[in-house]
Design a binder for this molecule. Sequence first.
Ligand code: FMN
Length: 376
Amino acid sequence: MAGLFQPLSLRKVALAHRIIIPPMCQYRAANGLANDWHLAHYGRLAMGGAAMVILEATAIDPGGRISHGDLGLWQDDQIAPLRRVTEFLASLGTVPAIQLNHAGRKASCRRPWHGFTPLDDEDRTQRGEAPWPVVAPSGLAASEAHPPPQPLSEAAIGELVTAWAAAARRALAAGFQAVEIHAAHGYLLHQFLSPLSNRRNDGYGGDHRGRMRMVLEVARAVRAVWPDDKPVLVRVSAVDGIEGGLTLDDTVALAHELKALGVDAIHCSSGGLLGSATAARLPRRPGFQVPFAQRVRADVGIATIAVGLILTPEQAAEIVATGQADLVAIGREALVDPNWPLRARHRLEPERGFADWPVESGWWLDRRDVGKRESA
Ligand SMILES: Cc1cc2nc3c(=O)[nH]c(=O)nc-3n(C[C@H](O)[C@H](O)[C@H](O)COP(=O)(O)O)c2cc1C
């Protein structure tokens, strides 16, 4: 059985251990461009010892931004500022990864702390942030507060698949070693997958096969431009958690197809189609989404990432040791303490002292502990 601090290779990309940082939007970009905030924030998470940091949902098309603050990779000038981030992460031994997204009917929204609700003319006058028209598989709005989306034509779907591949190519040029396709949390690809948001009766809808088609086309297109020695990840909402929505059986079927296309790992989240942006309407207790990662891993034989209320090093170690997932993603706990991965190892393997820490702090902390022991 694998240990939390055992290395793992996805294709030829080596992760030093099993603790990673999941994508977390910062809403701090302007025109999709990364800036010093992103360098400092992601850099700090890498300094905290994460094996891989997955940068936030990054738009493949300006119309696919959740908000005006999203990162983007829809044009070439967005590559260089991200390259600063990837170079710093790689210099610290952290694998730089990025999540690529189109928000579909949940695009054109306010930042969470401004309500997460759709932009309107008030935002244009107050903050200079104009709303834009949104698209989706069908004309069903995300909620009563959201405007009805424009259903995508087959030609427009094809253009977005091409945009996904172009964004992946830019991600490679920016130095990312792994790419994650966002098919969760009620954004465009999830909208295609779920029968609750996809009412199409052409080849992109109908039964589950039709509803999977867009995600599979995106995975195929991204895999085709992404080097053979580097991994492609897909994040899913393993269940909708809503009557008539996606089930875990649907997700297992999808994971089989993704594996056949050369996808290397499934990142198992849940929900977001209606209501909460980032988790299903399930009882939220520690590790509540881990069983999804466990089932996909066992049934499909593909690597999985467990995420969601993984709070303690002991919990993380057990998930990996019992084969429920290959990697554990630590989100909000790492916002509380960016040193979470380093502190987890220090707690579980105290005999190592601060050997794993950056020497700039580890050297001092080892001596601090000698001092403590001597004065005890
Ligand atoms: C500030 C913040 C931003 C987030 N942004 C994203 C995102 O860009 N893409 C995504 O798939 N999930 C996003 N999430 C969800 C997280 O990746 C993660 O699944 C969730 O926080 C549960 O894990 P945790 O309990 O360890 O925080 C975000 C969560 C937070 C707290």
